[in-house]
Ligand binder design. Structure first.
Ligand code: HEM
Length: 235
């Protein structure tokens, strides 16, 4: 016989902070692109080449040109909300001790490798896990670190004169700009992989980030025993 067990997975605070972060990051990236494409002086010039992510006609088609003031005002207003939300999330993880379920443990690298092999269908079975597997722990902790450096490099290019010590720590104004862009690209990559994993993990996993709960199938002892015997008979 098959039973279902309801498990509490995500606290209310985690769910709110997670979902608030999503539109904030979207506005930050959108307004960042408005600044970036407003004028050629904002282009990323690496000396030997200038980085443009999409062909020029693309920005005209979606009306992204000459919207510098709008981009700046959105970026500089929402950066505070993004920072405040991130700081609250980090403090919550520490004080609620939920970081123990999220930060990588000592075996994380080895286990993340096994998770990767499993996801590529090369290996059966997963190492035992608590709330998150080792690959998730590394990815989620990585994105928190990215968020930290996003804010640091952003502040360095926001106030390079007043915060000159911060700008210098980042390697100067131009270096801080490049770091800010690279971090944005890494955020976008995390986002793509995260969404793919959420789709693969299915509806129950996704809805648990809204309701906080997930139902798990549990088998009665009789059923488990029958399964074991069945497995043994196949060997
Ligand atoms: C804005 C970009 C996003 C970032 C930076 C982000 C980051 C994270 C982080 C750090 C966690 C772990 C939360 C914790 O337990 O403390 C998480 C979990 C999760 N996120 Fe996101 N997320 C983003 C967008 C999204 C979107 C758009 C979706 C849905 C389409 C989504 C669905 C989920 C789900 C379902 C989980 C729980 C995974 C599980 O229980 O295995 N996230 N996310």
């Amino acid at each position: 016989m098959e039973n279902k067990k309801v498990i509490h997975k995500h606290s209310l605070a985690i769910r709110w902070l997670h979902w608030v972060n999503f539109p904030l990051l979207a506005v930050m990236i959108w307004s960042g692109l408005l600044i970036y494409y407003a004028n050629r002086v904002y282009k990323l010039d690496l000396g030997f080449t200038t980085i443009t992510f999409f062909p020029e006609w693309f920005y005209d088609a979606i009306g992204m040109r000459r919207r510098l003031a709008e981009g700046m005002s959105l970026h500089f207003a929402f950066m505070w909300l993004f920072t405040i939300n991130g700081v609250i999330y980090f403090l919550y993880l520490i004080f609620s001790k939920e970081y123990k379920l999220l930060f990588p443990h000592r075996r994380a690298l080895k286990e993340a490798w096994l998770v990767l092999l499993h996801d590529l269908h090369i290996r059966k079975g997963l190492p035992p896990q608590k709330k998150y597997n080792a690959a998730q722990r590394i990815a989620y902790t990585g994105v928190i670190i990215l968020g930290f450096f996003m804010i640091v490099t952003g502040l360095a290019i926001y106030k390079p004169a007043q915060l000159n010590w911060l700008c210098a720590t980042c390697g100067g104004y131009e270096a801080a700009r490049i770091e800010h862009f690279v971090i944005t690209i890494l955020f976008a990559l995390f986002f793509l992989v995260h969404i793919m994993q959420v789709i693969l993990a299915g509806w129950k996993n996704f809805s648990s980030m809204i309701t906080g709960f997930e139902t798990k199938k549990i088998e009665s002892n009789d059923h488990k025993r029958a399964n074991l015997e069945h497995e043994k008979s196949k060997e």
